[in-house]
Ligand binder design. Structure first.
Ligand code: GDD
Ligand code: MG
Length: 334
């Protein structure tokens, strides 16, 4: 199976972390996000990935210079300008010469969903495209997908107002496509697969879906970028992984409670971390508190500072000693 993995977005919701690093290259416990995603695809039989790149493509090509990621062969398709999701799929599929059934995934989705089962169902019903669905409490930030009992898709509504969502089963960002879908995507302009291509397939009755209760999180917001990491150390997705990197330095009097401390980070005396993510090379000063917040690569939290309420400290930024920061982005977006 070949897969197009979309990783070209700007990652706006994760700024300032994504000002220097594209979303799918942000670290997740011990590896960049994309390695977790590609490893998940490999477990279900994907053996070649076409990375659909736009924003900061060099971050990917520099990280995988031999064209392999998580043991899977990579190809790169770099858009000259952002083409949106369908435009990006067409551009990448054309660049890689895909002319048989292929998989498409949003590169920020952490999931155990069974891609091979999706692939089988796709062929069983003779679909033109088949999408995986997952249940969520609040469908309003996703693509909402009502189906008939067999799984034929009856509608596709991207990000409807909360009280207008017809179901809580949403687009899980994993698809199987026939190459015929590509011909439906106009070239040379932005085209959204969610707003144009899927509704067109629904109108023709050729879009199918498969529901799944497997682990699923879209890691594209501060809440969920934090959540996937705590889930990994909690063993809520696979066997629990250690939260503190072997090369991190944690003072014996510091408290690390339910937190991730990445490579080369330093946690000072009497500092306290709770539900925190401390990125590579960040320094937490003595007596500082980081609570349900994300400290970016190489950032410094001064002595006695308190960082809480989903604050995000950008790469290399500094929170002064004794300062208090609640729910802030540092620096604030302009
Ligand atoms: N190459 C390329 N070019 N990639 C892009 C572009 C583009 O112009 N725009 C977005 N992407 C990539 C992003 O990097 C991400 O991996 C993926 O496409 C989806 O974009 P997001 O910005 O993460 O979309 P979303 O989370 O708001 O919504 C999408 O995902 C939900 C499930 O996670 C939609 O597909 C929803 O329908 C879906 O429910
Ligand atoms: Mg997303």
């Amino acid at each position: 199976m070949k897969a197009v993995v979309l990783v070209g977005g700007f990652g706006t919701r994760l700024r300032p972390l994504t000002l220097s690093t594209p979303k799918q290259m942000l670290p997740v416990v011990d590896r960049p996000m994309i390695e977790h995603v590609v490893a998940g695809l490999a477990r279900h039989g994907v053996d070649e990935v076409v990375l659909s790149l736009g924003y900061r493509p060099d971050a990917f090509t520099d990280a995988y210079p031999d064209g392999r990621c998580a043991g899977v062969r990579l190809r790169y398709a770099v858009e000259p300008e952002p083409l949106d999701t369908a435009g990006a799929i067409r551009f990448a599929a054309d660049a890689a010469g895909l002319d048989e059934t292929f998989v498409v995934v949003n590169g920020d989705v952490f999931t155990d969903l069974d891609v091979s089962a999706l692939w089988r169902r796709h062929h069983e019903v003779g679909a033109e495209a088949t999408i995986a669905l997952t249940p969520v409490d609040d469908p309003s930030r996703y693509g909402v997908v009502p189906t008939d009992p067999e799984g034929r898709v009856l509608g596709f509504v991207e990000k409807p107002p909360r009280d207008e969502a017809p179901t809580n089963w949403i687009n899980a960002g994993t698809y199987v496509f026939e190459p015929s879908v590509l011909a439906r995507i106009p070239e040379g302009r932005k085209v959204s697969v969610e707003r144009e291509t899927f509704p067109a397939l629904v109108a023709d009755g050729t879009l199918w879906a498969v529901r799944s209760d497997a682990y699923w999180v879209d890691a594209g917001t501060p809440e969920t970028y934090l959540q996937i990491q705590l889930d990994l150390i909690d063993g809520r997705r696979g066997p629990a992984v250690p939260g503190v990197a072997p090369t991190a330095r944690v003072a014996p009097s510091a408290t690390v409670d339910h937190s991730v401390v990445m490579s080369g980070a330093e946690i000072g005396a009497d500092a306290r971390l709770v539900d925190a993510v401390v990125s590579p090379g960040a320094v937490i000063g003595a007596g500082a508190v980081v609570d349900r917040s994300i400290v970016g690569p190489g950032a410094r939290i001064g002595e006695g500072a308190v960082v809480t309420g989903l604050t995000i400290v950008g790469a290399g930024e500094e929170v002064p000693a004794g300062a208090r920061s609640e729910g802030q982005r540092i620096p604030e977006p302009v």
